[in-house]
Ligand binder design. Structure first.
Ligand code: HXC
Length: 257
């Protein structure tokens, strides 16, 4: 196979990446990072793909960074090897990404889910940042992304105690976009991804770009960006088509242009 640690599949306009290291509960080692980043980049470059789903197994989305791979490293090796740096490329994908989470999403697994745009959780999902139990802290963005998702006090409690939260708590806290019965997770992910992938691709890229910017820019700057990105979409054929379709009371036929 082209990839060692993931399964890759295209269903209509949706690209699927399934983490596949069952022997390690999908622990994220360097190979997983290379595989996921490569597969996501291929989907991202393909105009036939309008949404990506990342999922794991029923038992685990991912139980974290691979502890056995990290254990013997020293600080200089972690830094100079930029041990988790590849994931930055995954977070920078333009295409909307849905994390379909069943079972454990811990440490790097929770952080991977938070690099996605939508977190669809099975009612069996368990989220947490247990790094403190290993004598370390979140290292793939958890300290920054979790606080933005759930606020300071919830994030601090989770990161300082290392406890897990279930799907219901994750949804209440604003980490899970939506919770569905475990048996429906993959079908719901495909349905949600198809709904997204049916939109105009330039508008999807634009929406993701301004959403991302909102997490790191002051309000006034974010609003200026929105104004320009919004205006730029009026140069697409899809905007004319979308608005004409509304006026003519029919479904739009977007061309991705
Ligand atoms: C490597 C892992 C792993 C991990 C599980 N495994 N998690 N290997 N890295 N993160 C392996 C186990 O060693 C075991 O392999 C197999 O997967 C099954 O796991 P069990 O522990 O036997 O399963 P279970 O008893 O059901 O417990 C499930 C679990 C537990 C609660 C999820 O596996 C667990 O606590 N995992 C570690 C969670 C964690 O601490 N994640 C954060 C990692 S640090 P063998 O071969 O022994 O049977 C991180 C942050 C990165 O992600 C930044 C820090 C620098």
């Amino acid at each position: 196979a082209e990839y060692e640690t993931i399964l890759v599949e295209t269903r209509g306009r949706v690209g699927w990446i399934t983490l596949n290291r069952p022997e390690a509960l999908n622990a994220l080692n360097s190979q997983v990072c290379r595989d996921v980043v490569a597969a996501a980049s291929v989907f991202d470059a393909d105009e036939g793909i309008g949404a990506i789903v990342v999922t794991g197994s029923e038992r685990a989305f991912a139980a974290g960074a691979d502890i056995k791979e990290m254990e013997s490293k020293n600080g200089l090796e972690m830094l100079m090897g930029d041990h988790f740096g590849g994931w930055t490329q995954f977070a920078a994908v333009r295409t909307p990404v849905i994390a379909a989470v069943s079972g454990y999403a811990l440490g790097g697994g929770c952080e991977l889910a938070m690099m996605c745009d939508i977190i669809l959780a099975a009612d069996t999902a368990k989220f947490g940042q247990p790094e403190i139990n290993l004598g370390v802290i979140p290292g793939m963005g958890g300290s920054q992304r979790l606080i933005r998702a759930v606020g300071y006090y919830k994030a601090a409690e989770l990161i300082l105690t290392g406890r897990m939260m279930d799907a219901a708590e994750a949804e209440r806290s604003g980490l899970a976009s939506r919770v569905v019965p475990a048996a429906d997770l993959l079908a719901e992910a495909q349905k949600t991804a198809e709904a997204i992938a049916s939109k105009s691709l330039p508008s999807l890229y634009a929406a993701k770009a301004v959403l991302d910017a909102a997490l790191e820019t002051p309000m006034a700057e974010g609003l200026r960006l929105e104004k320009h990105v919004f205006a730029s979409l009026f140069d697409t054929a899809d905007q004319k088509e979308g608005m004409a379709a509304f006026r003519e009371k029919r479904a739009p036929e977007f061309k991705g242009r």
